[in-house]
Design a protein around this ligand. Sequence first.
Ligand code: MGD
Ligand code: MGD
Ligand code: SF4
Ligand code: MO
Length: 734
Amino acid sequence: MLFGRTQKNPIKLADKGVVDWKYAVCGYCSTGCSIEVGLNAEGKPVASRGVADADVNRGKLCLKGLAEHEIFDSAGRGLKPLVRKHWQDAWQATDWDSATTKMRDEFRRIQAQYGRDSVAVISTGQLLTEEFYTLGKLTRGLLGTNNYDGNTTLCMASAVSGYKRSFGSDGPPGSYEDFSHTDCLIAWGSNLPEQHPIIYYRLKDAQEKRRFPMIVVDPRVTMLAQMADIHLPLTPGTDVVLQNALMHVIFKEGLEDKRYIEANCNGIDELRAEVAKWDPTTASKICGIDEETIRVVARLFARAPAAMQIWTMGINQSTHGSDGVVGINNLALITGNVGKPGGTPLSITGQCNAMGTREWSSASGLPNHRFLENAEHREEIGKFWNVDPEFFPKQLGLKQTDIFKVMETGKIKGLWIIATNPMSSLPNTVRVRKAMEQLEFCVVQDCYQDTASNEYAHLYLPAGTWAEKCGVMTNTERRVNIVTPVAVPPGEAKPDLWIFNRVAEKFNEGGRVKFPEYASDIFLEMRELSKGRFCDITGMDHELLLKHRGVQWPYTAEQRARGEEPLRGGKRLYTEDATFRYPDGKAKLIPLPFVVNYESPDEQYPYWLNTGRLVEHWHTRTKTGKVGNNNKFSPIPFVELNPDTAAKLGIRRGEYVRLISRRADAVVMAELTQRVAPDALFVPFHFHDCANRLTIALLDPYSRQPAFKQAAVRIEKIADQREAALLSKEMRQF
Ligand SMILES: Nc1nc2c(c(=O)[nH]1)N[C@H]1C(S)=C(S)[C@@H](COP(=O)(O)OP(=O)(O)OC[C@H]3O[C@@H](n4cnc5c(=O)[nH]c(N)nc54)[C@H](O)[C@@H]3O)O[C@H]1N2
Ligand SMILES: Nc1nc2c(c(=O)[nH]1)N[C@H]1C(S)=C(S)[C@@H](COP(=O)(O)OP(=O)(O)OC[C@H]3O[C@@H](n4cnc5c(=O)[nH]c(N)nc54)[C@H](O)[C@@H]3O)O[C@H]1N2
Ligand code: SF4
Ligand SMILES: [Mo]
């Protein structure tokens, strides 16, 4: 294949002998790029390419998507179910029937001895939606534990909680298309070019066509901050103060949208009373942004005909996570920037199917945003599943972060971990280890056998991954898209759906509850449950999703019958007056008082510890650590350190240093960069036994999401660099 000018050094792509291309959605981030995987004559996946006619990515992929076919055949894949008596024993191979029988017997024994909720189930944002739905039915309908949650509590919980508090329901109201209509954009704690490269491409493309100002709020000079018109490097954890000050200016200068507020919002007086206290002079002393800049940004935002806000973990992962989201919603509501083209508060989701789990997994209640607390919902789902509604708990159980705390006290004895790696990804992992050691029976269901969490398992179930399976995923903009099977799982590994169905058979006395075997049939079942609801997918089926490269919800049977173009599906929510999900149709403006309730630097631990991500790696590196073209960019755990601080401490670039927090220590390589302020450090959390040995398990009071972005540490020089290198290597064996 030739590109560019044929006369001068044309780029030549290696011919990989692709004979067939198969369709999928990327299994990494929530952007939802459409991918085609190329198979050679032997049927082996050998290439990945973006799908040109897919609206999301328009032919493009980032470096993770481009190498995604390499994960099928990567090191460490689980090939057989494994069992052992104690987690310190050697593994013994077993067969699926014995494995699932053992699982039922152990979970039932533990429940009989310690109560129904003494078994916990921890799921993820990285399965297919039909798998989530099946797991929810099995957990809520048969296993019967209320301690069922997912890693989304580490990720999107604050966004969900903030949307619910402001609008009466979860559901991001905007689309990527809004970038093409907006006149001003504020990005709160989000580093799009690295974490959502193709959403960033959509933003950049729109900005080049219609110049609009971009304001980035982030203590670190991220790649996005470098592209910003105004960068606000605020004091960590103080976003709510800045939001209050922006609203203060907007009200003081009469820039609010009075008509919109009158027609759509409750609580304006209470909000005004709180923000009256946050004049820019007072606020700037706390958030570190000077008063004049606060005024300029407030005016830019409020005067823009359409203004948009996006955010990710810089907001969600804080003790003010849910409040930060409500603050964003407040700003959007008082300026009338909800549900209109270019005017939206759009939470940028994390994992490929974090949205699918919110909609269908029942982890936060019952399917399709139904609540356990609602008797009608329990009745309706009980009837539909053929489960006695009295079997359902009447209140939501513990969130993942609380489950681990309770586990440490010995009240939870059984655990099923599915497609998540909490030994690496939870804060304060020294404590997580103690919790895991208490377990009488732990099942890990993962596509890799060599994960840190599997160290503590008694039973390991080898799963297929990504396009070794079939089903749908929902992306950040509510687009439901399909993964078709490209490869078969290796060895005796099986798709998660198959595993759930086999486990369900063991719990399903007399076959009382129906568990369809195929994803397409499960989708039809979900479709029925979505009729007339907010997330209505009655107009969709697998074929339609494939044809259109995904369709945004809501897309109803009526829309389809009318022949309405599916791509126009659900571009925006709350497009008309009084369509919010509270009974009177109005949104709530919620005042946000501010208290410092997180760890901040002091004399003993003088540096802010900020943790996050790199473009080339995915979370705990179970995948990207094994793909050469990802891992080579950063194979070693490191800390970003300001050169002035390094000079003060006598630390040179490339030297190993020890970081120490009140929890534990970590040995990392020093990378000197102006990206971080002199009193701040940034450590990527991708490496096992590194960042999360240092982080603190303080939680947001509403969402129970951890404050991964704020902790205090000190730095120590290490005299023996050879030993430090060995120590650091030991720490990254996973
Ligand atoms: N390459 C890659 N992409 C990914 C992922 C991955 O692992 N690798 N993971 C996916 C997932 S699950 C998620 S959740 C997303 C996360 O995507 P992002 O949230 O964009 O990524 P992070 O690096 O976790 O954090 C974002 C920023 O928050 C900033 N921040 C820290 N403290 C504060 C604060 O107090 N206020 C503000 N305003 N900002 C602050 C950090 O400096 C950081 O730049 O990425 C998704 N995409
Ligand atoms: N310090 C710090 N910690 C953080 C964060 C941070 O910013 N800072 N971010 C948090 C956030 S936002 C997130 S989302 C979490 C992520 O944390 P985790 O969910 O723990 O991280 P992953 O490495 O994505 O774990 C997914 C696991 O599922 C497996 N897997 C992948 N695909 C499949 C599949 O199809 N089936 C099965 N059965 N298994 C599969 C993978 O091998 C891997 O072991 O980390 C959180 N932790
Ligand atoms: S931007 Fe996200 S969805 Fe798109 S290719 Fe990269 S990792 Fe995959
Ligand atoms: Mo996440």
